[in-house]
Ligand binder design. Structure first.
Ligand SMILES: C[S@@+](CC[C@H](N)C(=O)[O-])C[C@H]1O[C@@H](n2cnc3c(N)ncnc32)[C@H](O)[C@@H]1O
Length: 227
């Protein structure tokens, strides 16, 4: 199988997986905590009434935080099931079934946040997704991005397994089981390179590990340095 076909299949599997879990997604305990504070900080950097694009928003886990800060939120997601749950919250000013790779917003929002989702984006698509996120925010505007991290020996073992199965994977990619979705762990250095290439300056950075120490999230507050 060629890599492009394999990645298209992985993206379809990811969408189906989120559609399948959407209805009870919000009832699951989420074992990391820094996101909410970063969302509040992002909201505080834009004027009251300003609009944050939550891309992808999933079920709208952070909509209430944005609303409590007196800011508005718009959401996109490629999973209709997750968006249906987001719609039930009745908070977002707009919601659209749309992929990160297909977004064509141009200076339409005061801020952008991409929370716990870039792990589903393959390396080939990182530059276009970062460009789409950067273009969505007004020139000089703030962005909040999380990047999932996995212990390096687990990354290596997953790659060895995918390669042994003859799949066209690159190091950093992890598929749980035979059909479940897709994860890609680029590592901090590669991410910093992509951010710099897109003119996204790091304003603040933090890291939090999950309970077993095998994985965690790196948090980036960013500012678009492009006019
Ligand atoms: C772990 S959930 C996080 C959702 C939300 N940001 C949150 O923090 O609760 C990941 C979300 O990313 C969405 N997603 C994955 N790949 C995507 C893509 N290429 N374009 C748009 N949405 C995507 C999934 O449908 C899912 O809703």
């Amino acid at each position: 199988m060629d890599r492009r076909t394999w990645l298209a299949e992985r993206r379809t599997a990811t969408r189906a997986e989120y559609d399948a879990v959407a209805a009870d997604y919000d009832s699951r305990r989420y074992p990391v905590t820094l996101q909410d504070g970063f969302v509040a900080r992002l909201a505080a950097t834009i004027p009251p009434g300003g609009v944050i694009l939550d891309a992808p928003c999933g079920t709208g886990r952070y909509f209430a935080t944005v609303a409590a800060a007196g800011r508005r939120v718009a959401g996109i997601d490629q999973s209709p099931g997750m968006l249906a749950e987001a719609a039930k919250k009745g908070i977002a000013v707009s919601l659209a079934v749309l992929g990160l790779q297909e977004m064509a917003f141009d200076s339409a929002f005061d801020a952008v946040m991409t929370i716990d989702a870039m792990e589903h984006v393959p390396p080939e698509d990182w530059p276009i997704v970062l460009a789409n996120l950067r273009r969505a925010v007004r020139p000089g505007g703030p962005l909040y991005l999380t990047v999932e991290e996995l212990r390096d020996d687990l990354v290596g073992a997953a790659f060895a397994d995918l390669a042994a199965r003859g799949l066209p994977a690159v190091r950093g990619e992890v598929i749980e089981g035979d059909v479940a979705g897709y994860h890609y762990y680029p590592g901090r250095d590669r991410v910093l390179g992509w951010l710099a290439a897109e003119g996204l300056a790091v304003v603040d950075e933090a890291q939090e590990s999950g309970p077993n120490g095998e994985w965690g999230y790196r948090h980036f507050l960013l500012r678009s340095s492009r006019a």
